[in-house]
Every structure is written in C-alpha cells, then in structure tokens.
Design a protein around this ligand. Structure first.
Ligand SMILES: [Zn+2]
Length: 684
C-alpha cells in the first residue's frame, strides 16, 4: 500500500480504487498483435484546421476520427496504444512462464503460476466464494467493538482497505527516515464529494451505487430485502467517513496532511478505537509517534464507530471485503463489479478480455518480477543512455531559466538552483530488483495468491518504519507508461515503458523527441517547483526556502493558471478544476518551455532542415500535441474532472501552446488568433 509519498505523475494511472479495478488503459478489440508505434504522424493531423484556431484539432483531428474508443475502454489515446503494446509484450512473457515446468526460475514460477491461476476462470467459478470464506468468517465473528482493531489489522494486511489506511512513509520533515502514518480511507466511491454533492447527477450515481452494493450482497447469498437494507447501512457508514474526509484540493497542500503526534495523542482523538491493539496485530516494528494525515477524519471515524452497531460494522466490512476482491472472484461478481465501476462510472460497454485483466493484476502484485523480464526484452542500454543525455540537457535548460527569471530575487534563486542540482534521475528500472522469495504463489489459487501478495506488500511497507528511506526504490513498475517526480526524495523517474515511440524514437529528428519525451522530462523536473513540490527543499524536506516576497510573486503567477484552466470545459457543464490541476498544468507549461530552450540549444550546434514540410519548431509542437491525442466517454470525463489532477489532453495541448510566444512565432499566428491566451501565463 502506497501512502503519503508526494509523487506527481505524468498522468493518472492506477491511482484510484476504481482505476485499479476497471479502467487502467488497455485494449482495443482487434489488437491482439504488436503494432509499431509512430512518433510524428502526418496522417493523424487534420490540416483543414488552422493551427492558430485549434492546434489540438489540427495535430490530432484525424487520429481522433480514425481511432474510436473501444467498447471495453472509458477513453482511448496514444498512451493507451503504447500501454496496449506493452501488455502484448507482457502477455508473451506470461504465456511462456505459465507452462507447468519444474525448471522455471523462482520468479518465473511466481509470475507464471499467478497468471495461470488468474486465467483459470472455470476453476475460479467452481470454487465460488469459498476462498473468501475465512475472511468473511473473521468478520462474522466480531462480537464486540473492542475486537474491531484486531479485525482491522487482519483486513488491512490482506488488502481490504476499510475504515482508514495505515502504512509507512518518509517523514515529511525528516526525509531520510521512514515513519508510520495513517490516513483517511474506507470509501467505495472514487471521492468524498460523490457522497456529498446534491446535484441530480450525483444523486443518480449514489442510487446506482447502492443498487450495486445490493446486488453484491445478493450474490453472497442474502435475500433481496436483507441485501437492500445492508446496502443502505453501507451507504450510511461510508457517508459518515466521507463527511469527515479532506477534499482533494485541500490535500494538495502538504502542510495540511502532515500532523506528527504520539500514539497517545492519536488515541485521544479516537477513544472508541484502541490503536495499540491494532498495531499489535500487525506485528510490525514498534514506534511511539506517527503522522496522522487527517486528524479530523480520525475523529469522524471514531464517531462512526461509536454510533454504529456491531452488526452495522460487520455489514460494512463484509461489503469492503467482497468489493476489494471482486475482480478475482467468480464471473458473477466480476460482471457486477464491472457493471458499476466500468459501465456506470466510466461509460465502458464491455469488460476487458480476461488476459488483459490478468496481465494487469500480475503487474500489480509481482511488478518487479515481471518487469525484470520485460526490461530484458524491451529496453536496450542505448535507450537509457539517450534518455540520460536529454535529462542532462533539460536540467541545464531549467538552470538557465531559473537564473534568468525576472520575478525571483537572487536569494531564492540560489535555493532553487541548489534544489535543482540535488535532483537525482532514475531511468528505466531499479538497480536492485525486489526479492519476492518469501511470497508463495500457488498454481490454482487465484484469490489466495492475491491475498498473499497483499500481505507481502503490506508487511514490506510496514517493515520500513524506523529505517532510513530507500531512495533507490521505484513507485512504478518498469512496463508502466507514465513518469513521476517524488518530492520527498527529490528525484525524477522514467520507467522503461514510456521510453519508446511516441515519446522517444531514436529514428526521428530531435525536434519531435524534444516536444515529446523532452517535455515529459521537463514536466517532471518542473514538479519540483510547482505549488506542491516547491514546498519541499533540496533534501526532500517540507521546509520553506522562499522569501515571503518571492512566494507572493509565485502565487500571483500561479493564480493566472488557476483562472485559465478554470475556464476550460471538461464535459457538458463540468469545468476543469483550476486548483486541483494546478501542479500538473504548471509542470506541463514549464516542461514545454524548458524543452523548447533545450531544443534551441541543440539546434545551434546541429541545425535541422524542415521535414515533411514542417520547420523544426513546428515539429516540436506537433510532437507534444500528438502524445495527447485522445477521446473520453462523457461519464469518464465527468469522473476525471472531479478526481484527476491532470487536465484533459485537449487542454494539455491548447492550454500550454496558447501560453507560448514561441508557438505564435512557429505558426505565424496573428496576435488576435483564438489559440493565443490573454494573458499568456508563465511561472517557469
Ligand atoms: Zn505530472
């Protein structure tokens, strides 16, 4: 379980419960094949559109027209295409390793048998809910609230994230040490606001959610009446937790989610829940203080536990247990889970093929064992070297940018440059692979494998408490099509999965690569200096290094982005949330700015001629835009606007280039062209 590490990613992927269950980018029905990915695609463009009117449509128009969203997907874009490609590679590895062969290596046995068990739908169906029975028995055995902490310890250890979350995290104010931490949690809907908003759409979604819980209880053998009553109970308890939860925008401020206190102080917040009993059940390292990210939530949870009956708590926990395991239970559970989380919440009409789900679960539970095989097949050393070279160039560009800023005083610049100099780069895959030798994977025991993998991971996280932070550890698996900046480790991370076309292509000109992977690198570097990242210092500590006057200037420049993106429409009457997406928009804008600076540097020593009728500058901007070609179902777009810290692809393109005089020049746009933002926002 990953808790409060301040990680800012390139895009949302697997970060939400709902995502993990249904919607990681994945498939197109006719795509059981490996297709070559294209970096700069003239055929994707719609040249009938004036780039100065709508650059996104100009760069992506034909791609969007020719690539409808597959039935089993909530959205479809270039990231999905690449993810699809990587899934095929992983499937080939798993097909080979899943043969029952005693000469397999230990890792191959684990990934192969995990995948084989997951694919064995008939075997899973035949067992029914029996594999979950020991968990349900424990819940049913709860006879008093004094036993709740012990039960929660068991459930958390086995991947049932009910009531609250607990784990380890780097101490925000002593970034070299791992400490214990607890945070809000325990909801089945993607966000607290789903429980609290009163508009018609939200009311309708809540009804559908209660109907879904009812059906899940029926599948567990309850009568329709009992199931309906139990679902209402779950809704009541989750609403109490939601009401006590912090909202996403507030949580962007790291000072508001850091409250280090003693265990006694935590106990005083919640007299109805004996924390020491919970900690004792976990059997992890001892500690006397921890970070309580959301103290108000702890109080609200205490209130909920104090007022609910033991039967109500058992009902809520039964739901959470079946919800957490539904994707690996018999077909009826999988289908009902998809009906709500896939169809209702994201608009997909078909469940993804089983193999794609099983590849995803293997990646989720045994990511570095599978990833090691992936890297051996897909990631040549030359790609690592080329990426490292670009990272160095982008860092040099950001150094120049900071040095030349006209709004920052020399005092703060010195600190900013020191922070930049301390950023470390991780490219491709871990230097030291995770050791899974203590995790048992049994052929034919799909749910057991999943529960044991959860236990392995939970204990691995727990065992960090009180130890130095391992900065070499990765927060993403190697095949992942994504990248991130970690504020507490002050490092940028690029998994092998993204270091290929359309992001990086050794066969195309620098202009295109700088617009794509160059801007992605710039994006991650800029996260160190966005509204959240800028609150961490060179060592990764939550420590203010700004003069008050410089911070005031920064906030003023950032407010420009908030206003600008607030104006963009995500779907229907739903707008992009400027404050929620501020860090990502800052990173997109800063990233493109310094990527362009770096490109200009390269072009002075190795000039490029126009290609396909486009100048290098023009190709740079198309390179960026074509990374973001995508379509979203309206249901999904609505959900993303609520929970995703990233803007929709269209605005990651039009918002960014519209802020750049360099774009205006590249396409000779008139000053009053619709693409150009008034005012043009820029921080970095
Ligand atoms: Zn980002």
């Amino acid at each position: 379980m990953q808790r409060l590490t301040f990680m800012a990613c390139l895009l949302l992927l697997g970060g939400l419960a709902v995502q993990a269950q249904t919607t990681t980018p994945g498939s197109s029905p006719a795509a059981d094949r490996l297709k070559p990915m294209v970096s700069f695609d003239v055929n994707a463009m719609d040249k009938s559109v004036d780039p100065c009117n709508d650059f996104y449509q100009y760069a992506c128009g034909n791609w969007i027209k020719n690539n409808p969203i597959p039935a089993d997907q909530p959205d479809w874009g270039r990231f999905n295409e690449l993810h699809e490609h990587n899934q095929m590679v992983l499937r080939n590895i798993l097909d080979k390793t899943s043969a029952d062969d005693s000469s397999r290596s230990s890792n191959d046995q684990k990934i192969g048998d995990y995948y084989y068990s997951c694919m064995d739908e008939a075997g899973i169906d035949a067992k029914g809910i029996t594999p979950l029975q020991p968990t349900l028995d424990r819940i049913n055995g709860l006879s008093g609230k004094d036993q709740l902490p012990e039960l929660m310890g068991y459930l958390h250890t086995h991947g049932v994230n009910a009531l609250f979350s607990f784990g380890s995290e780097p101490d925000a104010k002593d970034s070299k040490m791992e400490i214990a931490g607890t945070d809000q949690g325990g909801l089945g809907l993607p966000d607290r606001d789903y429980y609290l908003k009163t508009d018609a759409k939200s009311v309708e979604l809540r009804k559908a959610y209660v109907a879904h819980i009812t059906k899940m209880f029926e599948l567990m053998g309850e009568s329709p009446d009992k199931a309906a009553a139990d679902a209402a109970t779950v809704m009541k308890l989750e609403t109490a937790l939601a009401t006590a939860s912090m909202d996403r925008v507030e949580r962007r401020d790291p000072n508001k989610t850091y409250h280090k206190m003693t265990v006694t102080e935590l106990q005083n917040l919640s007299p109805s829940f004996t924390w020491n009993s919970y900690f004792a059940t976990l059997k992890g390292p001892g500690f006397t203080s921890l970070d309580v990210s959301a103290p108000e939530f702890v109080k609200g949870m205490n209130q909920m536990v104090a007022t609910a009956s033991v039967d109500d708590l058992k009902t809520y926990l039964r739901w959470q247990a079946v919800h957490a395991t539904a994707p690996i239970l018999p077909t009826a559970f999988v289908t009902e889970n998809f009906n709500f989380y896939g169809k209702t919440l994201t608009g997909s009409t078909e469940l993804r093929p089983r193999w794609k789900r099983c590849v995803q679960f293997t990646d989720g539970d045994l990511g570095e064992a599978l990833g090691k095989a992936y890297v051996a097949e897909e990631f040549p050393p030359a790609s690592k070297a080329a990426t490292l070279k670009m990272v160095n160039e982008l860092e040099a560009a950001l150094k120049t940018d900071i040095t030349e800023l006209n709004w920052m005083t020399p005092e703060t610049k010195k600190q900013a440059l020191d922070k930049l100099a301390h950023i470390t780069n991780k490219i491709g895959y871990p230097d030291k692979w995770r050791d899974y030798s203590t995790l048992t994977i049994v052929r034919g025991d799909a749910l057991g494998n999943s529960l044991r993998a959860n236990e392995f991971e939970f204990k691995r996280q727990l065992n960090k408490i009180g130890k130095p932070v391992d900065r070499a550890e990765w927060g993403m698996t190697p095949p992942t099509v994504n990248a991130y900046y970690n504020g507490q480790m002050n490092n940028i991370n690029f998994p092998a999965g993204i270091l290929q076309p359309p992001f990086y292509d050794p066969k195309v000109d620098d202009a295109v690569n700088y617009g794509a992977i160059g801007a992605v690198i710039g994006h991650e570097l800029t996260h160190g200096f966005d509204d959240e990242g800028s609150q961490f210092d060179a060592e990764g500590n939550l420590h203010n290094w700004w003069t008050p006057k410089d911070r005031e200037q920064f906030d003023k420049l950032e407010a420009c982005f908030v206003n600008e993106y607030d104006g963009f429409v995500a779907v229907d009457d739903v707008h992009v949330r400027g404050k929620l997406t501020l860090g990502e928009n800052t990173a997109d804008n800063g990233g493109m700015h310094i990527a362009h600076m770096a490109l200009l540097d390269v072009l002075t020593t190795t000039p490029e001629k126009p290609t396909d009728g486009f100048t290098p500058d023009q190709r740079f901007f198309v390179g960026w835009a074509q990374v973001w070609c995508e379509s979203e179902r309206p249901e999904f777009a609505r959900m993303m606007a609520q929970v995703n810290e990233h803007s929709p692809g269209k605005y990651r393109v039009n918002g960014v280039v519209g802020n750049m005089p360099e774009f205006q020049k590249a396409y000779s746009c008139k000053p009053d062209a619709p693409m150009l933002r008034k005012p043009m926002c820029r921080t970095w």
